[in-house]
Design a protein around this ligand. Structure first.
Ligand SMILES: Cc1cc2nc3c(=O)[nH]c(=O)nc-3n(C[C@H](O)[C@H](O)[C@H](O)COP(=O)(O)O)c2cc1C
Length: 314
């Protein structure tokens, strides 16, 4: 049986992101994959309202779906997207990060949290491969959080990201067509997706540039100082994307390197197990809040002050 590969674009029609995505998907199709491709701009997609009814249900061991399930096209897309073996996402960079159309769509994934839903027995685990393409008018300096934000949004559905590519310096519509090397790199993304699909799950790993990014675990380029996490875990330095913990070490040639600690992947957000720790955290913090009647009394008393304040709006 052939693999199912889907492309999800979020930028302009027939422009840079779509072109690179199609190039990657063509490589998959040539290797026998069944291709589906959508552009999120063609759909009615509402913002997550933040109601958290989905995670409230999950923290009580129930699958409630999303409160917006019958209000827009998200569910229709997810029914197809979650039935894929691999998905390649392509988003334009706006203000250093992926455009809001992409983020709006991906932030609605909380209700489809595969790690959480598998943990409570609501769904069967499924291995999925993913790849990311960011495209922007400038260099990496002006796309500094693009791939990192895209990667962070894929944890919810447990995509194993095997490659990510940032196309730089292509601001004008379809300008990427002037750069054969960028089209070739996008094609490589597709080939790497197929290579991963043809590799046994336990042996699947990163297929992009080995030296990409600071983090040897998820290859992100963003690190931060570690602060105490839920239940006190702390590292000197953390990867802001996957949460790998460790420290900066100077190599013999005088360069800084991020070295992951022996326990540094305990809460690795790219693994369903590590990501699942966050499910326990939510059950503790949110579930714990709801379970204690005293908390509701305190909030009911204190909230009145804030409800009564009405500042001038626009
Ligand atoms: C509101 C807005 C903000 C943008 N911000 C950035 C940016 O921070 N960095 C960057 O490299 N390009 C930025 N761009 C340029 C787009 O990323 C670029 O035009 C890209 O090619 C769009 O992809 P598309 O052709 O697939 O739609 C911005 C464009 C718009 C409209």
């Amino acid at each position: 049986m052939g693999f199912k590969v889907m492309g999800v674009a979020a930028g302009r029609k027939n422009s840079n992101g779509e072109i690179l995505l199609k190039e990657a998907l063509l490589a998959c199709q040539e290797q026998g994959a069944e291709i589906t491709m959508i552009n999120l701009n063609d759909y009615d997609l509402k913002d997550c309202t933040g109601c958290t009814s989905c995670t409230m249900g999950m923290s009580m061991g129930k699958y409630t779906g999303c409160a917006l399930d019958d209000k827009d096209d998200k569910k229709k897309i997810m029914n197809v997207l979650l039935d894929q073996d691999a998905v390649i996402f392509a988003a334009p960079t706006f203000a250093l990060m992926p455009c809001s159309t992409f983020l709006k769509f991906m932030h609605r994934n909380l209700a489809y949290e595969t790690a959480f839903l598998t943990k409570i027995g609501a769904i069967q685990h499924r291995d999925r491969v993913g790849a990311l393409i960011a495209v922007g008018g400038s260099s990496r300096a002006w796309q500094s959080m693009a791939l990192e934000c895209m990667h962070a949004t894929t944890f919810s559905n447990s995509f194993q990201i095997v490659d990510k590519y940032m196309a730089t310096m292509v601001p004008a519509p379809a300008q990427v067509l002037l750069h054969d090397e960028k089209l070739a790199r996008a094609r490589e993304v597709g080939m790497n997706v197929m290579k991963a699909l043809n590799t046994p799950v336990a042996e699947r790993g990163w297929l992009g540039d080995e030296n990409e990014g600071w983090c040897p675990n998820c290859h992100s380029n963003c690190l931060c100082l570690g602060e105490p996490q839920w239940r006190g875990l702390q590292y000197p330095i953390e990867c802001t994307v996957c949460g790998a913990g460790g420290d900066l070490v100077k190599t013999e040639d005088g360069k800084w390197k991020f070295v992951i600690a022996a326990n540094g992947l305990e809460r690795d957000r790219t693994s369903e197990e590590g990501h699942g720790v966050h499910c326990d955290e939510i059950a503790d913090t949110q579930g714990g809040f709801f379970m204690n009647p005293e908390n509701h009394k305190i909030v009911a008393e204190k909230i009145q002050k804030y409800k009564n304040i009405q500042f001038k709006g626009i």
